[in-house]
Write a protein that binds this ligand. Structure first.
Ligand SMILES: [Zn+2]
Length: 334
């Protein structure tokens, strides 16, 4: 019988910052909304260093949004006229692309993930902000010993389920469709991108569609340099599918893949997780399996991913790396 594979234990999800490095997985899975603010977002607002300015800004806006009553109004979306706390003149909330809408009050906040200076994405909702903050807190310098210890099983699967758990905990409501249906995780090297699909936006009936269109416009502008040719994404909806591009939790995943070289593409991996319907109060593997309901790529996403793969021609490895059945938390499947 083969020796069992050693799974290194990663005790804390966030080693990057001292104030967050003490948090254990168990504590994080038990956090309610107020504790997420106090133990995660608050410390993130105070992380030192010039290079962390973007992280602090994202955390400040998330904190300000979480302080408000999220069971009311349109506050799951970032509004153009969002009233920030006195003294905070950031982050800048941009207008949506003019071709999408000039009449809705929804805005967007720029985020360039640590370790990926060529990647630029946009947060439209409180869940996007949470994903950006979690991604920044989870980032570690390339080649650091802790970063090398991380595996799908001991780290990335847990991080995806933690994000889905916190999306559940973020709102004090039983109204499920105010939450996104899924979250997506994409990684390459030490870059981590956690994004979500779009929740319903209460009180702005067309809000969800406006955000989807904005993400679609952004997606359509993406491309990858292949040799001397700039390849542009062609997100033409797959036949027999009702949902158009922009809605999926994989939207930021495609943005990341478009920045990668032919050599780096097969090193990227990721998964989508359904938002849980129940609360997890204590972290353990059984609970984690219960909430980590991995979701396969939809026909649209598979189509777009294959388009990116064909440019680089690294075979089907990239698609395989984003295939849900390859992700598991079950010890027997390691
Ligand atoms: Zn999809």
């Amino acid at each position: 019988m083969a020796d069992p594979i050693r799974i290194p234990t990663v005790t804390s999800p966030f080693l990057r910052f001292e104030a967050l490095g003490k948090l254990t997985w168990s504590e994080c899975f038990a956090f309610n909304r107020l504790e997420i603010m106090d133990n995660f977002v608050g410390p993130l607002m105070a992380v030192p260093g010039e290079s962390q300015a973007s992280t602090r800004k994202l955390a400040c806006l998330l904190y300000a949004m979480m302080q408000q009553q999220h069971d009311i109004s349109a506050s799951t979306a970032i509004l153009r006229d969002f009233v920030k706390p006195a003294g905070l003149n950031y982050p800048k909330v941009d207008l949506l692309a003019a071709e999408v809408s000039t009449s809705t009050p929804i805005g967007r906040v720029h985020w360039s993930p640590s370790g990926a200076p060529r990647l630029h994405v946009y947060c439209h909702t409180i869940f996007d902000l949470l994903g950006a903050c979690l991604s920044e807190a989870a980032h570690l310098p390339a080649l650091s010993p802790e970063q090398k210890e991380r595996t799908k099983r001991n780290y990335f699967a847990r991080l995806a389920s933690l994000y889905s758990h916190w999306c559940f905990r973020l709102l004090d409501t039983q109204d499920q469709d105010r939450r996104p249906a899924k979250i997506g995780l994409a990684c390459v090297g030490n870059v981590i991108v956690l994004g979500s699909c779009i929740p319903r936006v209460p009180q702005i009936p067309e809000g969800k569609e406006v955000i989807r269109k904005s993400r679609f416009v952004d997606l359509r502008a993406r491309g990858r340099q292949e040799g001397s040719k700039k390849q542009i994404l062609d997100p033409t909806k797959a036949e027999r599918i009702a949902q158009d591009y922009g809605n999926c939790a994989e939207t930021w995943t495609f943005a990341l893949l478009c920045t990668l070289s032919e050599e780096s593409l097969p090193k990227a991996f990721g998964v989508a997780v359904n938002i849980p319907q129940t609360l997890v109060l204590e972290y353990n593997e059984q609970e984690e399996r219960d909430i980590s309901r991995y979701a396969p790529l939809c026909v649209n996403c598979e189509k777009l991913m294959k388009q990116i793969v064909r440019w680089g021609a690294p075979g089907d490895k990239v698609v395989e790396n984003f295939t849900a059945w390859r992700w598991t938390l079950h010890p027997a499947d390691v």
